[in-house]
Structures are given as structure tokens and as C-alpha cells.
Design a protein around this ligand. Structure first.
Ligand code: FAD
Length: 317
């Protein structure tokens, strides 16, 4: 079922999760072990992230170095198929522009369509590990809006090869990313929302947000989106803070604020268990407030400590 349909039929706030493919060498069991306890809460869908190849230097036997491409977390599409099969849940693969030519994107979409996948999250992706700024594939897309356009084109049955007439229409529901604290490359929130609106005008159906620790960021963002004519569902992304190291890594990686109250509580924590308790209580408080405000979905980034999310959900439902 499409996310938009799930949301239209939902009588109350629904639950969803995001997972990362395991690092290469680990089995699908690591995903099941991660998700099994969380399935108790009947998520309506599970997102699976996509990780582009990285270029690394490897030492050859002659002592010289050569540049090779490696993918540390392959398996997005396979995991989606496995989750749909095992849990009978909608799986949402993330699709990125980075590293993909338009033709490779089209072929990836055909694979997803043949697997019966009805939803995709269309993203630009970040700069490759060895690059400072995002560079698109020479024959790929520069912005997520171009990827959205390509998916819509395929939904209309138009393929890149012009001699394909009466092409089968795909039927993807298209999610996109939004940033309650602004995307880090955007000069200001108004500009960021202008480009968000373009993605929707080109055919995206809903927005999933970057994580945030202060709900006011989300509420203000939703209000500003509405003021700018964005009426699609905006799904809040949530993640617990579970250790002191994240006080510096999370702002750096996700370009978001750690509120001073949360920072102070975390700094007072003495043990790992104390840190997790602080993170659990903060997330619980965020969720209670979001539920009171009738958000369509509580979408949890489960990386790291799924048991914290389990404990929060157990106290909520
Ligand atoms: P875009 O919408 O293309 O925006 C990128 C920047 O360009 C923004 O500053 C925007 O304002 C600006 N912009 C957009 N269109 C234009 C235009 N036409 N002209 C000029 N400026 C423009 N990354 C991964 O690699 N894999 C994942 O699985 C993944 N999952 C994610 C899931 C969520 C919910 C979120 C919020 C992010 C995820 N990311 C993922 C990270 C994401 O790829 C990065 O944040 C990336 O830097 C931006 O992606 P985007 O789709 O928002 O890009």
C-alpha cells in the first residue's frame, strides 16, 4: 500500500521505522534481530537507507596504492524484499541521485516495480566521502527534484528509450526529505522551503523530516510549509540521543541543534545506562507532545539503540 493511502486510512498516529543495511559481511539475521522486538508495534512501513560507494586507496602487493570503489552497506533493495516477505510490511527503499546515471536510476526503478514496491524516498544524497561538495554523476541528477521528475515520468509510462511506446506505467508514491532546521547548504529557511515546494509541485507526495530534538522546530516548519502552500503530510523523524559522544557527532553529521536542557542532562549522566535513561525520557516527552498534536506518523531512526525506541513505544502504547 502507498504511504499516502496508509495515511488517508489511518484513524490514529501510525508508527514507522528506518533501518540501515548492515555493513558488508553481516547477514540478514542482524536486521531481523534488530527489528524483531520492534515489530510488536505494527509499523506501517519500514524505510531502508541507501549508501553510495566510497573511493578508498588500497595498498597493492608492489607497494603502490590504487583507488578502488567499495560499498560498505549494500543490500537496500534485497532487504526491502526480505522485509516485505518476512513481516508483510511495506518497505520503502531510499533512492539517491549520487553515483547514479539516469539510466541506472530507471533500471533500479524497474527492479523495485517488479518486486511490488510501491513507495520510494527520493533523495539527492550527500557528497561522496572523498569529496567536499556533492557532485552528480555526469549523466545523473543534480537535485532530488530531478529524481522526482524521473519517477513521475516513469509513473506516466515514459521510458528513456524513445522507441518504447505504450510502456508499462509504474505507480510509485514518492517521499522526499525536509529539514525543520534547514538543509545545511541552504542560505535560509525560505529558500529551502521554496525548493521543497518545487519537489512537491513536480510530483512528490509527502515529506519525511530530518531528526530534531526540539518539537518547536517541527511545528514551526509545518506551519511555514503550510503558509507556502505545502499541504502534503510531513512526517516527523525521531531518534534518541543515547551517549555523550553524540552531543558533538549529531550536530556535525545532521546539522541540527542539541537543546541546552538535553545537553545539560546528558552531561550530568554518570553511566551508559544513565545516558540511555536521559535519551529515553527526552524522546518519550517529544513523542507524547507530538501525539497530543495529532502528527500523522511517529517515524523512528532505529540505528544504534533499538531497545531505547522499544522502551519508549512500550510506555506510549
Ligand atoms: P535536495 O532536495 O536536492 O536539496 C539539496 C540542497 O539543494 C538543499 O539545500 C536545497 O534547498 C537545494 N536545492 C534543491 N533543489 C535546488 C535547485 N533546483 N536549485 C538550487 N538549489 C536547490 N542520504 C543518503 O545518502 N542515503 C539515504 O538513505 C538518506 N536518507 C535520508 C532520509 C531522510 C529522511 C533525510 C532527511 C535525509 C536522508 N539522507 C540520505 C541525506 C540527504 O541525502 C542529504 O541531506 C542531502 O544533502 C540532501 O538531500 P535532499 O534530497 O534533501 O536534496
Amino acid at each position: 500500500m502507498k504511504v499516502t493511502q496508509v495515511l488517508a486510512e489511518a484513524k490514529e498516529t501510525i508508527i514507522s521505522f528506518e533501518i540501515l543495511p548492515p555493513t558488508k559481511g553481516k547477514s540478514i539475521e542482524s536486521i531481523y534481530n534488530h527489528l524483531n522486538p520492534l515489530m510488536e508495534f505494527n509499523p506501517a512501513f519500514i524505510n531502508v537507507t541507501y549508501h553510495r560507494a566510497e573511493q578508498v586507496f588500497k595498498k597493492r602487493s608492489d607497494g603502490n596504492f590504487e583507488r578502488v570503489e567499495i560499498r560498505k552497506r549494500p543490500g537496500t533493495v534485497g532487504i526491502c524484499a526480505a522485509l516485505m516477505n518476512k513481516y508483510k510490511v511495506e518497505a520503502i527503499p531510499h533512492l539517491i541521485c549520487g553515483g547514479f546515471s539516469k539510466e541506472e536510476t530507471e533500471n533500479a526503478l524497474i527492479d523495485l516495480d517488479f518486486l511490488g514496491i510501491k513507495n520510494v524516498l527520493a533523495l539527492r544524497g550527500d557528497a561522496a566521502a572523498n569529496e567536499k561538495f556533492f557532485n552528480s554523476h555526469p549523466n545523473g541528477h543534480r537535485y532530488a527534484e530531478d529524481l522526482v521528475k524521473q519517477i513521475v515520468t516513469l509513473n506516466n509510462g515514459h521510458y528513456m528509450e524513445e522507441d518504447i511506446i505504450d510502456g508499462a506505467k509504474t505507480d510509485f508514491c514518492i517521499g522526499i526529505a525536509g529539514y525543520p532546521e534547514k538543509h545545511f547548504e541552504s542560505p535560509n529557511m525560505d529558500t529551502d522551503i521554496y525548493y521543497l515546494k518545487r519537489k512537491i509541485d513536480f510530483g512528490a507526495h509527502y515529506v519525511t523530516t530530518q531528526l530534531f530534538f526540539r518539537n518547536e522546530h517541527y511545528y514551526n516548519y509545518v506551519a511555514k510549509c503550510k503558509e507556502n502552500g505545502i499541504m502534503v503530510p510531513i512526517i516527523p523523524g525521531l531518534k534518541p540521543l543515547t551517549n555523550k559522544k553524540q552531543l558533538t557527532t549529531i550536530p556535525r553529521v545532521f546539522n541540527i541543534e542539541v537543546p541546552v536542557e538535553l545537553y545539560n542532562e546528558m552531561m550530568k549522566a554518570k553511566t551508559d545506562a544513565d545516558c540511555e535513561q536521559v535519551g529515553t525520557e527526552w524522546l518519550l516527552h517529544q513523542c507524547r507532545d507530538l501525539l497530543k498534536n495529532n502528527v500523522p506518523v511517529l517515524h523512528f531512526y532505529t540505528l544504534g539503540k533499538p531497545q531505547v525506541i522499544y522502551n519508549v513505544l512500550k510506555q506510549l502504547f
